[in-house]
Design a protein around this ligand. Structure first.
Ligand SMILES: *[C@@H]1O[C@H](CO)[C@@H](O)[C@H](O)[C@H]1NC(C)=O
Ligand SMILES: *[C@@H]1O[C@H](CO)[C@@H](O)[C@H](O)[C@H]1NC(C)=O
Ligand SMILES: *[C@@H]1O[C@H](CO)[C@@H](O)[C@H](O)[C@H]1NC(C)=O
Ligand SMILES: *[C@@H]1O[C@H](CO)[C@@H](O)[C@H](O)[C@H]1NC(C)=O
Ligand SMILES: *[C@@H]1O[C@H](CO)[C@@H](O)[C@H](O)[C@H]1NC(C)=O
Length: 289
């Protein structure tokens, strides 16, 4: 009779084990901060994200507000700055700026909201894996937007750019000077020259050696690049820009040259910004007669 009871319990025990297994898998990170392709491939040319570095400190954030995705951010939770944000552009919308900054609950708290939120004490471990308001206060640096307000495609999208996972410490005179001018130049160019294409933009930083509040790395460089994709999945018009984190006019170059420069700065073998992969496969060597 005892055996019989155990026999009947087996399915329940197995279910329990399965449950524990599932929970331990889930608690290793929420799906939304793990998976660009699954959740927000729409923000990348041909749905292929730029190069992602390996390492547990890197998180793929599909930036969400009120359950709508607005752009994508590749974030470094050790340096507490993004490496890049990727988004689409159509036209200048004249959006206004928000006064406050959101944070990303799920970077610190697996049970946190999937939406970006303002800092609040309900979020467990807040700040362990990301920058907070107080890191920037009196730091002497601006919160430099990666995905910027000026290129946002709706007011709610502009609001969603005000999240600290989309910002890095930027020299204030650069942010309000040459970088701002460049942002405007590029946007006006895209609005007039890329009407017929789908415009993909990636904006990023190169981490430097300095930090603020002993927690958040200050970038040595800011960079941005665009790809105006045609119906054949090719970047018909593209350009890359990079500048040191000082108020100096950034360099204007080809995407290829920017990629080369980023390979050197990031000390990696390959760094790709856009997928242009539908180029015909390399021709096979002429078959011998
Ligand atoms: C944005 O403002 C400019 C200049 O005031 C105006 O020409 C343009 O039509 C506005 N665009 C939109 C989408 O409202
Ligand atoms: C912006 O465009 C103007 C005129 O085309 C050019 O003179 C200037 O150097 C550009 N500035 C930047 C930061 O690209
Ligand atoms: C960058 O350089 C290209 C090629 O010289 C030029 O057509 C374009 O207007 C420049 N873009 C900006 C934003 O300065
Ligand atoms: C931040 O910078 C200070 C001053 O240069 C340095 O002493 C400290 O080690 C740095 N902290 C981190 C976490 O890099
Ligand atoms: C994509 O391919 C086209 C056609 O081969 C080429 O002209 C363009 O420079 C490429 N763009 C990028 C960003 O690599």
């Amino acid at each position: 009779r005892k055996n019989l009871i155990i026999y009947h319990l087996i399915p329940f025990i197995m279910l329990l084990l399965l449950h524990v297994l599932m929970l331990s898998l889930l608690s290793s990170g929420s799906a939304r901060v793990q998976d660009f392709e699954g959740e927000c491939g729409q923000f990348f040319a041909n749905k292929k994200p730029p190069t992602r570095f390996a390492g547990a400190q890197y998180k793929q954030i599909c930036q969400m507000q009120n359950y709508v995705y607005y752009y994508a951010t590749f974030y470094d939770t050790d340096k507490r700055i993004p490496l890049y944000s990727a988004y689409k552009f159509k036209e200048i919308k004249n959006c206004t700026r928000l006064n406050n900054w959101y944070i990303e609950p799920q970077l610190d708290d697996d049970n946190g909201s999937p939406n970006m939120q303002f800092e609040n004490e309900k979020i467990q471990g807040l700040g362990v894996h990301q920058a907070l308001d107080e890191d920037y206060r009196n730091s002497g640096y601006d919160r430099g937007h990666l995905a910027p307000v000026f290129q946002a495609q709706s007011q709610s999208c502009a609001d969603a750019t005000f999240t600290l996972t989309n910002a890095a410490p930027q020299n204030p005179s650069f942010n309000r000077g040459q970088w701002r001018i460049l942002e405007r130049n590029i946007t006006i160019f895209l609005q007039s020259e890329c009407k017929l294409y789908t415009v993909y933009i990636v904006t990023g930083v190169v981490p430097g050696t300095k930090n603020i509040s002993d927690r958040v790395k200050v970038p040595s460089h800011f960079w941005t690049a665009f790809c105006c994709l045609d119906n054949n999945k090719k970047c018909q018009i593209s350009r890359g820009f990079i500048g040191v984190n000082e108020n100096i006019t950034p360099k204007n170059e080809t995407v290829k040259d920017l990629e080369k420069e980023l390979e050197t700065l990031y000390k990696v073998k390959s760094f790709k910004l856009f997928d242009n992969s539908t180029e015909p496969p390399a021709k096979k060597k002429k078959s011998k007669k």
